[in-house]
Design a protein around this ligand. Structure first.
Ligand code: CTP
Length: 406
């Protein structure tokens, strides 16, 4: 995907060992379609050479406010006017302090100060030792910088180059990339609380066996990510899948349909949107054996009874908040044929304003999908595309419906 196509990013490096991650970040931004202009402080040049960053960005690196390559000798003006965003990664404690005070004695701080503040956002990826990070001066400076309009991308936690362990590591390049992509997405769901279910459920037969299905969770995880990108607070109730949690999303792992129902009911009380993408098992074994069921040598198979699982979507859709219009419910239908007819009937049966149909066998485990959005007026098709693209289109559609009903 080219989520940053047409975006021009000034990638600023200040002094810190995390400069080595900035090389990977530069590559990742370019792979996603952005053009990248690297600007380095003198201290950054102690950690990584401009040669590396030039080769990766395919542009000469700027390091001095006296750079004679600019005809007007005003690199700080020219570079900041071209940018769709300035991203400082790594941003050292010292550089944060400089930005806060509006100091401008090197090109990078100068162009941050000179940027048209309403048009060119400033994104900060701090990187420092845990004591420096926790120091009241740093925390105070960061709070003030955010009040001045900068966007703080947070820090990671873990082993640090100094040998200590704690907060203050620069986020990994892929995490920063996800944050930058999210930054540019329209904030259609700002202020909303979105609850998503995803993946299969697992209904235990005994401690080593169970019933599950082929749902990969990819569509639901993409929807959680898209909702987060759109500015919502997102809780993702996930069945057993091996997918990484989207940035900024609160994940609750569950196993069985009953676990999923409990988690959903707990979080539905504060949600304004509920999107049920999970492929919930329709039935569970009537009993779960405490110990592994063994062959008894007679050739007889064990017999098994089933109980129908609760319908999570229908339960939420019938709750007082949903019927009063405070919780907008969206269902999914994985069908094998006659999508429109099944999805239309299922929407009415589940009691939801919007039902999203897809062909299960064609989508389970795949990165692409096609969706059919069915409401009381009819159906709209979202043609085959990567799941994240479809998720963003669906979120835009839901945001429009919430606005209309508000
Ligand atoms: N769903 C749910 N709880 C269940 C079963 C389904 O919340 N116990 C939700 C799914 O997350 C999805 C929608 O209901 O949003 C449709 O699920 P699906 O399994 O396709 O529908 P069923 O009700 O099982 O209907 P059928 O078996 O006839 O296809």
């Amino acid at each position: 995907m080219n989520d940053l196509a047409g975006k021009h990013i000034v990638l600023g490096l200040s002094g810190g060992i995390a400069c080595y991650k900035a090389a990977e970040l530069c590559r990742a931004l370019i792979k996603e379609g952005a053009s990248v202009q690297v600007v380095m402080t003198e201290a950054a040049g102690q950690f990584i050479t401009p040669v590396t960053m030039q080769a990766l960005s395919n542009r000469p690196v700027y390091a001095s406010q006296w750079d004679a390559r600019e005809p007007n000798n005003m690199a700080h003006i020219n570079l900041s006017r071209e940018a769709d965003a300035i991203l400082i990664a790594p941003c050292s404690a010292d550089f944060i302090a400089k930005l806060l005070h509006g100091r401008a004695d090197d090109l990078l701080s100068l162009l941050c100060l000179a940027r048209p503040i309403a048009q060119v956002p400033l994104l900060i990826a701090p990187a420092m030792n845990r004591e420096m990070w926790a120091h009241p001066a740093t925390q105070r400076n960061l709070a003030h910088l955010q009040a001045d309009g900068a966007t703080l991308l947070g820090v990671g936690n873990g082993f640090q180059a100094c040998g200590e362990t704690g907060d203050g590591r620069m986020l990994e390049p892929q995490e920063l990339l996800e944050d930058v992509i999210a930054f540019f997405q329209p904030k259609r769901l700002a202020g909303q609380q979105v609850l998503v279910t995803a993946g299969p459920t697992y209904e235990a037969i005994d401690p080593v066996r169970g019933i599950t299905n082929r749902s990969s969770g990819k569509m639901g995880f993409a929807i959680a990510r898209a909702a987060r990108e759109a500015g919502a607070q997102v809780t993702l109730v996930a069945g057993p899948v091996g997918l990484p949690t989207p940035r900024g999303v609160t994940r609750v792992d569950v196993k069985s349909a009953q676990n999923m129902l409990e988690a959903v009911m707990q979080h539905a009380v504060s949600a304004s949107v509920f999107i049920a993408t999970a492929a919930v098992a329709d039935w569970r074994p009537a009993t779960t054996a405490e110990h592994k069921i063994k062959k008894d040598g007679t050739g007889q198979c064990p017999s098994m009874g089933f109980i129908e699982n609760p319908d999570i979507l229908a339960t939420v859709a019938q709750s007082p908040r949903a019927t009063a219009g405070a919780l907008f419910c969206v269902g999914f239908a994985a069908e094998s044929h006659d999508l429109l007819a099944h999805a239309t009937a299922k929407r009415v049966r589940k009691g939801v304003p919007l039902l999203v149909g897809n062909i299960g066998p064609a989508t389970f485990g795949h990165d692409d999908n096609a969706l059919l959005l069915v409401d009381e007026r009819g159906a709209r098709e979202l043609p085959c595309a990567p799941k994240l693209v479809l998720a963003r289109q669906l979120i835009a559609d839901i945001a429009g419906r919430i606005r209309v009903s508000a």
